[in-house]
Design a protein around this ligand. Structure first.
Ligand SMILES: [Zn+2]
Length: 234
């Protein structure tokens, strides 16, 4: 249910759920807290599976304790990912486990860690935030781009990774415009070719090769079956 967004430029301009299953919002972005400060991120709680997956293409800038001698401080165990080569930095706070290391390149779907309650936290959740220039005064409303309503409560949202990654329609030669370019670029990333978002002859040829190698009809059109096979690459 998470929608893609043109925000970060063609190499990274999409955002998918940090969970692969169901989750709910436990605290909204810009919620005014009892101490008079605003909540600058978005708190999510996984229902069942609490694994956290990378929603973007990026590089791990920090991974570990915010303050190793004060485990109840701040984000506790956190991961910070620079989105592509942009000035946007995505924060994942309060993790119970971290599966990535500084310098590691990530693609959508890579396992970052497991939700937890480390740092300044009273229950297991993910604090998900985007900062511009990696400074604590430049916040971006992550929910606006993630498409998840900014309302805390018990409503369960469910990821649909195949649609989130590749869109609801077939991807085929000469499809263009938003959001097809976006989905084309994700398709190209999965196939390991240049992510220019334009479904041309080379993309069609590569889709056919992928289909042949996976026992699918090699028609060069990324339809439902091809998308499911491609999603397994993430
Ligand atoms: Zn939070």
């Amino acid at each position: 249910m998470v929608s893609a967004a043109f925000l970060f430029g063609i190499e990274v301009d999409f955002l998918i759920s940090p969970y692969k299953g169901t989750f709910r919002v436990s605290q909204a972005y810009r919620n005014l807290r009892a101490n008079g400060t605003y909540h600058q991120g978005y708190d999510l709680v996984g229902i069942g599976d609490k694994s956290i997956y990378c929603p973007v293409y990026g590089t791990v800038i920090r991974a570990g304790w915010e303050c190793a001698t004060l485990p109840k401080k701040g984000f506790g165990q956190r991961v910070v990912v620079r989105i592509g080569s942009t000035a946007y930095y995505m924060y994942f706070g309060h993790l119970s486990k971290i599966n990535v290391a500084v310098g590691q390149k990530l693609k959508p779907g890579d396992l970052i860690g497991v939700e937890g309650s480390t740092g300044h936290s009273t229950g297991s959740h993910l604090h998900w935030e985007i900062r511009i220039n990696d400074i604590s005064t430049g916040y971006v409303s992550v929910h606006q781009y993630a498409g998840i309503p900014n309302v805390a409560g018990s409503t369960a949202y469910t990821s649909n990774w195949v649609a989130e990654l590749f869109g609801p329609s077939n991807l085929k030669k000469s499809t263009s415009g938003f959001p097809q370019r976006l989905y084309n670029s994700v398709l190209q990333g999965a196939l390991g070719i240049d992510k220019d978002g334009i479904f041309g002859a080379n993309t069609e040829k590569t889709v056919k090769e992928f289909q042949s190698a996976h026992g699918l009809t090699a028609d060069g059109i990324a339809g439902a079956k091809t998308k499911v096979a491609l999603a397994k690459l993430f």
